[in-house]
Structure formats: C-alpha cells, structure tokens
Design a protein around this ligand. Structure first.
Ligand code: DP6
Length: 326
C-alpha cells in the first residue's frame, strides 16, 4: 500500500484570494495558472497496519505541529473515503525553498493527494483528484494539471475543480522568479484568505476578476502575451491592494520587491516583453518570452536584494512514479 507522486507548483495569472467556505476551500473567484516545470515536490505515502501514528517528514524534518495537523487531516479525508483506517508514513521532498510564497502547498498537496490515493488503491479521475487536492490547499487543485489551468470556483464541493486550458507545449511562457527572501512568510495564505472580505475594495476586485478570467483564458488560447501580461500585472496589484487594506493589513513586499517591480516597468519601456506577478510573499515572478529570458535573468542578478533567480517554463501535471523515497 505504497505510492509515490511528483507534482509541481504553479503561478496564477488570476489569483485565488478569499473563500466562500473556508473548511471546503471553496473560493470566492475562479483562477487561472501555469504549472511550473522546475518547482517540484516528490512524495511517498505508505499505509500500514504496523503504524500506531502517522509519521511525516518534509525535507528531512518533522513539520511544525500546525503543518503536520494539516497533512494528517488530509490523510484522514482520503482514508475515510477509501474505507481503510490505516496510519501512514509520509516522506516528502521539495527541490525549492518552502514557505516563501513559492506555492509549496500547491505542489505538496497535489503530490500527497495522488500518492495517498494510489497507496489506498483508489481509482480516481483527474477531476476527482483535483477536488480532493483542493481540500488540502486551494492552489493544489490546479497543480493536478500541467500547462495552463483554470479552476472554476463552483458553489459546492463537487463543482469546484480545475481543468486544463492548454498543455505545456501550447506556449512557452517563461517565469523568471526573483527570490528576494527565503524566510518563512509572516502570515500564511490560509490566514490571508480569511481576511480578504474585510477589505473595502474586495467587491470591486471580484467584479474585475470575472472579466479578467475571460481575457486571460482568451489570451492563452490565441497566445497574446501583451494581453496576458498586462492583465496579470494589474491583477496582482489588485490582490495586494486587498491584502494591504484588510483588517489587519497584510504587507508582503520588501524594498527589493518594489525595486524589481520598478525595473520590470523600465525594461518594458525599453522594449522588452516582461510583466510581474506576486503571490502571498515578497518574491517577484517575471513573466516573459524565450527571447528575453537570458537578458532578464542577467539584469535581475544585478538588482540589489535579489538573492537568486529561478527560471521556470510550463510544466507537467501530477504523475505517479516508480521510484519510492523509502
Ligand atoms: C496568492 O492555495 O496557498 O498564491 O488553500 O490556504 O493553501 P490555501 O491557500 P493557497 O493560496 C494561494 C494564494 C495565492 C494565489 C493563487 O495561487 O491563486
């Protein structure tokens, strides 16, 4: 009763922020993302009658009590559904820094869902995997799929899942991630979602998002980079306006975040196709096309406060693999 899965993080062009139902992670709005090839999580899960407790290791360490409780709650959902009340051993490895706004919960819960479902011998379609992954982490619902992905909000559990807009080969958008911090963020996104509706700007954001979803989906289908980038950049500013005006206020940016944002606008003035987007953290994702990647990577390396640049391209969805971690 053992399964191993690999799943990748994703970067949202239209972002998930705020829940209709926190327990079910039913979002207030739909979202669209690109799965990222280089931000991978590999997870092995084994269920066994010999275990008295769940044993969990992430990146060689026991997770914090809160992180562990979240993983155990997810295992509980899956073993209840499968009708197999066995404890599990879980070993998970990320090949990128976790807790810095690089969406490790997306790849983590997508990999955990697929590996645990395989170990429990559940035969699930991708749609069901996407629904279940959502209960672990909202953005994980999109990481089940590769390439360009849309999560339709839905008003009840069965209706809130993601599907693929286009496969990775459809279009080579590059995401140059400027890491300006590798520290754990102060407020986790799960907490942020609960504050969203305290912002007086939130209803304006929701009506804008509905239009933006159509624009971004269309831009992906016809490969219109300027349309995609300009909507994504304004969309992330709208997200951060909500964060900043929530009560209490969330401010994820650092001076280096703003320096990178300003540079992106300068580089665009100079004729490069590049736009920024930022999740619940200080790091900046620069969306661009292959001809600009080399020079943007170099230029980013010279911006004060940028510690590392990770270049990602569209990646595959979650998959089972043969090599177990233990
Ligand atoms: C800003 O999926 O991390 O990255 O469901 O509580 O795990 P939980 O939240 P999470 O929220 C993602 C927030 C975001 C936007 C996005 O990826 O859509």
């Amino acid at each position: 009763m053992k399964g191993t899965a690999v799943a990748r993080a994703n970067i949202a062009f239209i972002k998930y922020w705020g829940n209709l139902n926190d327990d079910l992670r039913l979002p207030m709005n739909g979202s669209i993302s690109m799965t990222l090839d280089r931000l991978r999580t590999v997870t092995t899960v084994e269920f066994s009658p010999a275990l008295a407790e769940d044993e969990i290791e992430v990146d060689g360490e026991e997770p914090s009590p809160a992180a562990k409780a979240r993983i155990v709650a997810h295992l509980d959902r899956l073993r209840t559904l499968a009708g197999k009340p066995l404890k599990a051993q879980v070993v998970s490895v990320n090949d990128f820094p976790t807790g810095v706004g690089l969406a490790s919960s997306a790849s983590g819960f997508a990999a955990l869902t697929l590996a645990a479902a395989a170990a429990l011998e559940m035969e699930l379609e991708d749609r069901e995997l996407s629904l279940l992954a959502r209960l672990g982490s909202g953005s994980a619902t999109r990481s089940i799929w590769g390439g360009y992905v849309e999560w339709v909000a839905g008003a009840k559990h069965e209706d809130s899942f993601a599907s693929q807009i286009a496969p990775p080969e459809h279009w080579e958008i590059c995401d140059c991630i400027a890491l300006v911090s590798t520290e754990a963020k102060e407020v986790a996104s799960s907490e942020g979602h609960k504050l969203a509706q305290s912002s007086p700007l939130y209803s304006a954001r929701l009506s804008q998002v509905r239009e933006d979803l159509d624009r971004v989906r269309e831009a992906i289908l016809i490969r219109d980079f300027e349309s995609l980038g300009s909507v994504a950049e304004r969309e992330t500013l709208s997200l951060h306006a909500i964060m900043m005006t929530s009560q209490p206020s969330l401010l994820y940016w650092t001076p280096a975040t703003v320096r990178v944002m300003k540079e992106v606008r300068n580089w665009r003035e100079e004729g490069r196709s590049v736009y920024f987007t930022i999740d619940a953290g200080p790091n900046v994702h620069l969306l661009t096309l292959p001809p600009y990647v080399g020079e943007i990577e170099r230029a980013l390396g010279e911006v004060e406060g940028v510690k590392q640049v990770i270049v990602c391209r569209p990646g595959q969805g979650a998959r089972l693999i043969e090599e177990h971690l233990f």
